[in-house]
Each structure stands twice: as structure tokens, then as C-alpha cells.
Design a protein around this ligand. Structure first.
Ligand SMILES: Cc1cc2nc3c(=O)[nH]c(=O)nc-3n(C[C@H](O)[C@H](O)[C@H](O)COP(=O)(O)OP(=O)(O)OC[C@H]3O[C@@H](n4cnc5c(N)ncnc54)[C@H](O)[C@@H]3O)c2cc1C
Length: 383
């Protein structure tokens, strides 16, 4: 086996996910988008098949298939549905601060419950005035006796209206810049916490993205993750580990578009022959394939680095490359696959317009493409 091949365990996982996706997810994908319906049934299917703890160690009752296993699973699901992979990628992101910096007690409770599917968590960092500029968030956490008291407003928190806990980035010391950040675990039944507006989105319409409001919301001091003043570092180490999963969503989405376009091009005739016989179409298909293969290799390389314990700042350019390239490939492939279908591609009778709307999000979330490129350049230049 060379480093680009999957071992038997991961091939088995891939086949299992393929079957589950064909049986339960593919038939629901269009409806979830159309109806903006939270697909709790899909969450339950993944839970019943013990697939929610792929990235969680066995000692916390996960299946310990790592970030690579998680990416393999996400790619298979994303070939047909962009919403359902979020049942793996949101918990991966939300669990990272605890996995990186949490106490043993926090790990035991949150990682185990995430693996079993008995809780749902979302991660909230973004605020109306600060997304990329993480250090400039203003939601304030103030220590008061044995509690933290939180005040502020968050935006674009995905899955939050269904979550039991918010893993919250807040400012504990507004004068301390990057060092003034703390991560807190906020139960969503806390007094002073409210889910606000549900955003009306272009794509990814099955999983709600919401505003959060904190008004004198009090959580016990034990809900702090790691040391005070280390929140920014924890956030970056967490994002590093989560980025390949966004890449895998892009690879899956792009592969889904290519598979669909190939089938169509072989069937559709113009000038008395299948359009697949035209060189112009063939060149587009070849380019899609090259890009998808390259994106998948970047994602798998990044995932393997993390699974080998290499997810520090010095490796960040690999995670950013995997995330940004795969997101761009997803966007371009979705647009080009519509072109191959001609007018039909623009219509809702086919899944490609849905894929195109879903793909755009990948270039924005968890660090925009521009920010990933800046991170890559900074690492290469040694800044
Ligand atoms: C569907 C969706 C779901 C999301 N889910 C979550 C979630 O669950 N939790 C959460 O915390 N957040 C979430 N987000 C927020 C997301 O992470 C932010 O939108 C993203 O980080 C960008 O921040 P921003 O929107 O404030 O853009 P801004 O930071 O305002 O950026 C605007 C533009 O300026 C560019 N820019 C900014 N700074 C620089 C720079 N230094 N150099 C070059 N260009 C720059 C950006 O690349 C971008 O093109 C979600 C967003 C979306 C769209």
C-alpha cells in the first residue's frame, strides 16, 4: 500500500457509506434543499450505523478512523448531498477545542456523547462585525465568582438551533488582542441564551445557520476550555484539523457533478451524435477529473498529517491548500457541469444547480480562500 491508497478498513468504510448514501441520503437530497428541512432522519441513520464517532478515539467510544476516515466518509456522502456531511463536519469542528485543550472530564463527556450521537454541538466564533478578523470579536466573557457571564451577539452559527451546546469563542480581555480569547461551553438551555434569526441562505439550506444572543448568560467556570488567553491558539489548532473535512466536502461535491455530467453527455445527442463525442465536452471532462484527483490527494495528505499528530502551525499550509483548492475545484466543477447539460443544467430537474449553490459556501466558511492563500504564503515565507 502506498501513502495514497486506502487500507482495507477505510475501503470497507467507503463501501458502507456508499450503500447508506444510496439508500437513505441520495433520495432525500433534493427535498432537504427544496423544503429547507433539517434532516434529523439522516442524523439518526448515521447514529444507528455508529458513524458519528469516526474522528473520536476508542477510549471515548469513537471508531478511531481519524481525519482520513472522516474525509473518506464525507466525500462519499457529499457526492449526492451537501447538507448531510455536516453531521460529521460540524461535530468535528466543534469538538476540536475540547480535543486540543479540554480537561479529561470534558473529553470524557463531550467526545463520548458526540460519538454516541446523544448530544449535538456547534462552534460559534463569527460576529456581525468580525469573521476573518477573529481577534476583533467583541462578545464579552467576564468572571464573576465561580461563573463566566457572557454578553454579546454572534452570527452565522451553523446547526445552532438544533444544538445542545455552543462551543463559544469570547473575549475575556478586550485589551489583549489575540491573547484575549477564551473558549466556553454554553448549554443552549442556559438562561440568557437565545437563538436569533435563521439566515435565508443561497445553498446548504437543510442545516440552519443562525444568530445567537447572549444577555448576562452565566456558565460555570468548569465550562472553560483550556487556559484563559489561549483561545486563539486553540481555535487555530482546531481549524487546522477541521480544514481537510471541508476539502472532502468539495471533492465529493465535484465528483458528484462530474459523474452526473458524464452520464448526461453520453445520453444527450446533438448533430446526430452524443455530445460526449465532441472534443469540447471531452476537454471539460478531462479537466474536471484532473482537478478532482489533485484535490483528493491534497485532502488525504492533509488528513494523514493530522492523523500522525502533525497539526501545528508549521503544517498549516497543507490544511489551507487542501481546503482552498478543493473548494475552488467544487465551485468550478459545479459551474462547468451545468455547462455540459446546457439548458437542462440550469433547471431544478437536475441536481447541478443545487450543487452550484452549495459549493459557493465552501470558499467562505472556516477561512475564505483568500485567507487560506495568505496563510500558505506566510508559512512558506516564514513570517
Ligand atoms: C453558510 C455559512 C455558515 C457558517 N457557519 C459558521 C459557524 O458555524 N460558525 C462560525 O463561527 N462561523 C460560521 N460562518 C462564518 C464564516 O466563517 C465567515 O463568514 C468567514 O470566516 C468570513 O468572515 P466574514 O463573513 O466576516 O467576511 P469578512 O471577514 O468581512 O471578509 C470579507 C472579504 O474580505 C476578505 N478579507 C478579509 N480579510 C482579508 C485579508 N487580511 N486579506 C485579504 N482579504 C481579506 C475575505 O477573504 C472576504 O473576501 C459561516 C458562514 C457561512 C456563509
Amino acid at each position: 500500500m502506498n501513502e495514497h491508497e486506502l487500507n482495507d478498513e477505510l475501503i470497507l468504510l467507503q463501501n458502507t457509506i456508499k450503500d447508506i448514501t444510496n439508500k437513505f441520503i441520495k433520495p432525500r437530497a433534493s427535498e432537504i434543499d427544496e423544503e429547507e428541512e433539517y434532516p434529523e432522519d439522516i442524523f439518526q441513520v448515521l447514529k444507528e450505523h455508529d458513524l458519528l464517532g469516526l474522528f473520536i478515539e476508542e477510549k471515548y467510544e469513537g471508531t478511531n478512523l481519524g481525519i482520513l476516515g472522516t474525509c473518506v466518509a464525507i466525500e462519499e456522502i457529499a457526492k449526492h448531498c451537501s447538507n448531510s456531511p455536516l453531521f460529521l463536519s460540524i461535530p468535528l469542528l466543534a469538538s476540536r477545542p475540547i480535543a486540543v485543550a479540554g480537561s479529561e472530564e470534558q473529553k470524557k463527556h463531550f467526545l463520548t456523547s458526540t460519538a454516541k450521537g446523544t448530544i449535538k454541538c456547534s462552534l460559534s466564533m463569527t460576529e456581525p462585525h468580525a469573521g476573518t478578523d477573529v481577534a476583533n470579536i467583541k462578545t464579552r466573557a467576564v468572571k464573576d465568582g465561580d461563573s463566566w457571564v457572557i454578553n454579546g451577539q454572534k452570527t452565522y452559527c451553523t446547526g445552532s438551533s438544533e444544538a445542545d451546546y455552543i462551543i463559544l469563542g469570547a473575549k475575556s480581555d478586550p485589551g489583549a488582542g489575540y491573547e484575549g480569547l477564551v473558549f466556553l461551553i454554553v448549554p443552549t438551555n442556559s438562561e440568557g441564551f437565545q437563538v436569533g434569526r435563521h439566515e435565508r441562505k443561497m445553498g446548504m439550506r437543510g442545516i440552519p445557520t443562525c444568530e445567537l444572543v447572549f444577555e448576562n448568560c452565566r456558565v460555570p467556570i468548569e465550562n472553560q476550555i483550556g487556559e484563559e488567553r489561549t483561545g486563539f491558539k486553540t481555535a487555530m489548532l482546531g481549524f487546522n484539523q477541521a480544514r481537510p473535512a471541508i476539502g472532502a466536502r468539495g471533492v465529493g461535491l465535484a465528483q458528484g457533478c462530474l459523474d452526473y455530467a458524464i452520464e448526461y453527455a453520453k445520453e444527450r445527442e446533438a448533430f446526430s451524435r452524443p455530445i460526449a463525442k465532441f472534443q469540447g465536452i471531452q476537454l471539460m471532462i478531462a479537466e474536471m477529473f484532473i482537478n478532482i484527483e489533485a484535490a483528493r490527494l491534497l485532502v488525504h495528505k492533509a488528513a494523514r498529517l493530522i492523523d500522525n499528530g502533525n497539526f501545528g502551525k508549521e503544517y498549516a499550509h497543507h490544511f489551507s491548500a487542501a481546503k482552498s483548492f478543493s473548494s475552488d475545484v467544487a465551485m468550478k466543477t459545479s459551474v462547468d457541469s451545468i455547462q455540459i447539460l446546457g439548458g437542462a443544467g440550469y433547471m431544478k430537474d437536475h441536481p447541478l444547480e443545487r450543487f452550484m449553490r452549495d459549493a459557493k459556501q465552501l470558499q467562505i466558511i472556516e477561512g475564505t480562500t483568500q485567507i487560506q492563500q495568505i496563510l500558505i504564503a506566510k508559512n512558506l515565507l516564514g513570517y
